[in-house]
Design a protein around this ligand. Sequence first.
Ligand code: 2AL
Length: 176
Amino acid sequence: MNMDIPTINALPYEDFVNIFGNVVEKCPIITAAIWSRRPFESLTDLEAAISQFIDALPESGKEGILRCHPDLAGRDLQSGTLTRESREEQAGAGMDALGPAEALRMARLNEDYKQRFGFPFVICARMNDKTRILQQLSERCQHERAVELERGVEEVKKVCRLRLQALVRTAASNKL
Ligand code: 2AL
């Protein structure tokens, strides 16, 4: 589905949330909140509204957003319970095709990360491959908690941008 900004601005609340409710993984409350910010001038403007909403949250809110994310190559992938968006992102980065040693390393590092910070490791899978993801995971386990909270949120925003772009085409290139 592709739509331009006037079409998006005219969407009733229910449709808006149905369409954009998962641009931030399992956080439809963000989409529901930013509907009040219509009209959006552009896709960038809509993205900025989401970004500002996230930035205005207290630390616990930002942690909550990270906790809504499934582990990469984790239990949800194995049991087939990922959201469609997450499944496609994880498959694109080869998370569904790890060898046994890689899978074990990923699982251990994900657990280490969670133990250390109290929220899961989040990275924009579409901008990385499995080698980089493992490297980043191992590197980021060494960081300070505050650094990782900010970094995780930045990665959420990258994921969000790509999900939005997949749903929307800018008015200039759209015949709607
Ligand atoms: C994810 C996910 O589901 N998609 C993505 O790009 N990153 N999860 C994660 N823990 O980083």
